[in-house]
Design a protein around this ligand. Structure first.
Ligand SMILES: O=C(O)CC1=CCC(=O)O1
Length: 263
């Protein structure tokens, strides 16, 4: 369970897989931590050096005060990559994690071997929605949002047939630092990469879930402005395919990275 301080912010990360193997980095979504990627990492770490971390405001990482700018998330991730000396990486991000991946590909194209953008878009939601969540998180905590958020995260089938997992991931959401959550909602409120992503040159796989209420398929399709990108729609999956269909997602990622010449 290593920790590192990047420009004063403590980050919790995990690194598995053979040293020298192509590096694959996983970025988590709002209200979660690196554990949402564990099943995919277990299926990938024979062939890839897998890095996952709790982005600021989440998990065991620090939750600094104040709205988080996208640039601060990028500073964290770039700092972590420099600290670990991973060379060129593929970055897989879900939701805001995918926004961070897009941002890094724009800021540091030479570091990026490939992108996997899951259930994300260059702009997610609108300012009013994020402001309302910020207000709720800061004044009442996360409990009032828990049930609606579970409906956004998980397909009806998952919620009906996997109640213990649902309860566990709900616990993860509720244990997120409400101020870290609110400060991250500010990133979503303030970020729009729509005018920029056509400049991304990295080979890009885009994955949407047809039961995703947080990033519906047509929103995720906006990522196809990235030249040459491939778009896949997973059936019966909500907002976090790494939890609902990890084997399917791991296969897609590995096949794509081989074609992209990253592993
Ligand atoms: O909580 C949600 O609605 C899902 C979500 C939006 C951005 C993100 O990272 O997760």
């Amino acid at each position: 369970m290593p920790f590192v301080r990047i420009s004063g912010t403590l980050l919790h990360y995990r690194l598995t897989g053979p040293e020298g193997a192509p590096a694959l980095v996983f970025v988590n979504s709002l209200g979660t931590d690196a554990r949402i990627w564990d099943a995919v990492i277990a299926m990938s770490s024979d062939s890839y050096r897998c890095l996952s971390y709790d982005k600021r405001g989440h998990g065991l990482s620090d939750a600094p005060e104040g709205d988080y700018a996208l640039d601060e998330h990028l500073d964290d991730l770039e700092g972590l990559l420099e600290h670990l000396d991973l060379g060129k990486v593929a970055v897989a991000g879900v939701s805001i994690g995918g926004l961070i991946a897009q941002g890094l590909a724009l800021r540091a194209p030479d570091r990026i071997g490939a992108l996997v953008l899951c259930c994300t878009a260059p702009r997610m939601g609108d300012a009013a929605m994020w402001s309302a969540r910020i207000e709720t998180a800061r004044t009442k905590g996360l409990e009032p949002m828990a049930d609606p958020v579970m409906e956004r995260w998980f397909s009806p089938d998952f919620r009906q047939h996997r109640p213990d997992e649902l309860a566990g991931w709900r616990n993860l959401f509720l244990r997120t630092n409400p101020l870290g959550y609110a400060n991250t909602c500010a990133t979503l409120r303030d970020t729009d990469l729509g005018a920029d992503i056509a400049r991304i040159q990295a080979p890009t796989l885009i994955v949407a879930g047809d039961a995703d209420l947080a990033a519906p398929v047509e929103l995720v399709r906006n990522c196809t402005a990235i030249p040459g990108s491939r778009f896949e729609i997973l059936s019966g999956v909500g907002h976090i395919p790494s939890i609902e269909q990890p084997a399917h997602l791991a296969d897609l990622i590995q096949d794509f990275l081989k074609e992209a010449d990253h592993g």
